[in-house]
Design a binder for this molecule. Structure first.
Ligand code: F6P
Length: 369
């Protein structure tokens, strides 16, 4: 009897998900004669037993599509909103795995998904994962798919902002995604030649940012581009956050509340305040652009299609060999399985001595520190 494999996508959507589904599915079907089903909308769809057959028809024509044909959600198996309450639905998910006689479950996602997959692995399921996120913050993989596309989009945005910045002699602040890790703002900032890059890993002093802009202005460069990650904070805010006595829980609660307020008021995060502060401190006009979900949308780059296909087809090989409890990672020139237990609860932030930071400083980019 042919083996049956389930696939789901979880967390924020990301370019390259469909390329990965296609890579896994085509290799499982064609090379190994297995059957593949997808669960709709991440772990929620697995709990609700909403499936979709992934046969060769379903897998064709999706390589270049953005988003995920399976849909996604951020719901966790052990804390799923059901009838207004957070419920542990792990048993229902495990039952549905058994009901479909699955031999393995493939979970495509970022750090949260790796954790959820590990949780299911501990319930005895054969789980294997792929790293997906535009934030590029999954540990033990050189890169995650989605990042390259987002990097291209963010860099193009900086390129386009340059023309209006120098025409109007303005400060243009561009808010990019990256709440806890600054890879996207750093990479795009360097590639697009931003004059200031602000990332969560390096708390900034707004006076230092203003000085860097004024230095440019005095040397005849009447405009500046500031690439700021959504999670970048000033030194004062960072110090407050680190204040002794604040439990992890209350920090999380506070962040969640702030995020909800921002959505309710349709207001951006710190970046609007930053743009206003820079205008006051420099006397130069400033404008804010928030790139938002444009960073995650649309056709995946060639690099992400290639990466997702390499990871996806290797994932199929590993399933065939019976290797589970691992994430399929890009390491050096190759693709390797790394143990899920070594990934869970960790985040790949930008090391302060990373060579990208050094390179940026060498071309006179300010980090506001
Ligand atoms: O994790 C990817 C990401 O795009 C982050 O950069 C961003 O902070 C977050 O997702 C946004 O989440 P949501 O899609 O739930 O609004």
């Amino acid at each position: 009897m042919s083996k049956m494999i389930g696939i789901l996508t979880s967390g924020g959507d990301s370019p390259g998900l469909n390329a990965a589904i296609r890579g896994i599915g085509k290799a499982l079907l064609g090379r190994y004669g297995m059957k593949v089903i997808g669960f709709r909308d991440g772990f929620r769809g697995m709990m609700e037993n909403r499936t979709q057959l992934l046969d060769s028809d379903a897998l064709s024509g999706i390589l270049t599509l953005g988003g995920t044909i399976l849909g996604t959600s951020r719901d966790k198996p052990y804390a799923m909103p059901v009838a207004g309450k957070l419920m542990d639905m792990t048993d229902v998910i495990v039952d549905n795995y058994r009901k479909h006689h699955l031999d393995a479950l493939v979970c495509l996602g970022g750090g949260g998904t790796q954790k959820n997959a590990y949780h299911l692995m501990k319930q005895g399921l054969n789980v294997i994962t792929l790293p997906k996120t535009i934030d590029n913050d999954v540990v033990l993989t050189d890169v995650s798919f989605g990042y390259d596309t987002a990097l291209g989009i963010a860099t193009e945005a900086i390129d386009r902002l340059h023309s209006t910045a120098h025409s109007h002699h303005r400060i243009l602040v561009l808010e990019l995604m990256g709440n806890k890790a600054g890879w996207l703002a750093l990479g795009a900032g360097i590639a697009g030649g931003a004059d200031v890059i602000l990332i969560p890993e390096i708390p900034y002093d707004v006076k230092n940012v203003a000085s860097a802009i004024l230095r440019r202005s005095h040397s005849g460069q009447g405009f500046s581009i500031v690439a700021v990650a959504e999670g970048a904070v000033s030194r004062q805010v960072a110090a407050k956050r680190d204040e002794a006595g604040k439990s992890k829980d209350s920090k999380k609660k506070e962040q969640k509340q702030q995020a909800q307020e921002r959505v309710a008021n349709n207001k951006p995060g710190n970046s609007l305040h930053l743009a206003q502060q820079l205008e006051e401190l420099t006397g130069l006009e400033s404008r804010l652009t928030i790139l938002g979900y444009l960073q995650r949308g649309g056709t995946p780059s060639a690099g992400d299609r290639l990466l997702a296909t390499r990871l996806g087809t290797t994932c199929a090989d590993l399933i065939n060999k019976g290797v589970f409890g691992v994430m399929v990672a890009a390491r050096g020139d190759g693709v390797e399985p790394v143990e899920l237990k070594d990934i869970v609860g960790k985040r790949k932030t930008v090391p302060l001595d990373h060579d990208w930071i050094e390179s940026a400083r060498s071309v006179h980019t300010s980090f506001g520190d």
